[in-house]
Design a binder for this molecule. Structure first.
Ligand code: ADP
Length: 309
């Protein structure tokens, strides 16, 4: 956290409040059944977690970005801090200690199917008090982006902590029931098909346009539905517009982290003053660029790379 001699940033394009995990990946011929042991490849450790991913994605594009998160006082925590700093993220808001760094244990078989066990660790210890203590970051940020890999009460405190004039971008992943005050603070709520269907349940209509319109009735001021290779759809309660934003066609190699790159890019551009459809038009190009590379953070593009998509 910022020490006495270290001032918090005065102006931020984006504050990301969320998770930071070490992704521990082992390739296996087949995944083990109950009670079974299988041998796998050498371990590969990647920085991950939706919060950390979004912060890196935004900073790589050139956004002045800070991450508010919690990691353990351990090697995984140091790896995460390093990857943030290398991308240019302000890590003064990353709290250290209280529990081991969150990890995702991932086994991948030759067909690419994976099994994942997540230990939230320090992410589960990011508290509403931590959010209150980070008030200078909130006052500096035009846009605050949050996801659900941290406690729900911490997400709710984040929604309450917005400075006047700044906006909240929420990606409800992994999906969970959301309180009304959080939903109505979203501008926009960003969901993929799975998250939209989770929130809507039986009320999901046949088309993404139906999902967006029905999601708006839950309170958010705007909604963005991401549609993979088909791009995205934006809907705004102020204009009643529902607009499709197509994605450029690319050869997709690995879609890991595409949603995080999309959301970070969208949030940044909204903070710069773009209209929702314009911000989404930029974000689909960032998402498309991200799927052309392997991994999550490793695949996030610079602004120059986005220009080539
Ligand atoms: P998530 O990764 O959260 O499941 P999506 O699959 O909808 O979300 O992808 C998020 C964004 O990433 C899309 O809106 C799009 O911009 C981009 N994207 C994902 N898959 C592709 C693809 N195959 N081709 C081009 N862009 C893609």
């Amino acid at each position: 956290m910022y020490e006495n001699d270290e001032p918090a940033p005065v102006r931020l394009d984006l504050l990301v409040v969320g998770s930071a995990n070490a992704d521990l990946v082992i390739g296996v011929e087949r995944r083990p059944g109950p009670g079974e042991t299988v041998l796998g490849s050498d371990l590969v450790v990647h920085p991950g977690g939706k919060g950390a991913n979004q912060a890196v994605a935004a900073a790589r594009l050139g956004a002045r970005t800070a991450l508010l998160a919690r990691v353990g006082d351990d090697a995984h925590g140091r790896l995460l801090l390093e990857s943030q700093q290398q991308a240019g993220v302000d890590t003064g808001g990353v709290l250290v200690g209280g529990a081991p760094t969150g990890v995702a244990l991932i086994t991948v078989d030759p067909s690419g199917d994976n099994s994942i066990v997540v230990s939230p660790g320090a992410n589960a210890r990011l508290t509403p008090e931590d959010i209150k203590a980070a008030d200078p970051l909130f006052r500096a940020a035009r846009v605050v982006s949050v996801q659900l890999e941290i406690p729900l009460e911490t997400v709710a405190e984040t929604a309450r902590s917005l400075a006047p004039g700044s906006r909240l971008v929420l990606n409800p992943s992994p999906p969970a029931p959301l309180p009304e005050d959080v939903l109505s603070a979203c501008d926009p709520l960003v969901v993929n098909e799975h998250e939209a269907r989770y929130i809507l349940g039986d009320t999901a209509g046949p088309a993404p346009e139906d999902w967006a319109r029905t999601l708006l009735t839950h309170g958010p001021r705007s909604v963005v539905v991401t549609l993979g290779a088909a791009g995205a759809l934006v809907a705004d309660s102020r204009t009643a517009d529902c607009v499709r934003v197509p994605s450029p066609e690319v050869d997709a190699v690995d879609t890991t982290g595409a949603g995080d790159a999309f959301t970070a890019a969208l949030a940044w551009r909204l903070g710069l003053g773009d209209e929702l459809a314009a911000a989404a038009a930029f974000a689909v190009r960032v998402g498309a660029a991200a799927v052309t590379g392997q991994g999550a953070q490793a695949s996030f593009p610079t602004a120059a790379q986005v220009a080539e998509v």
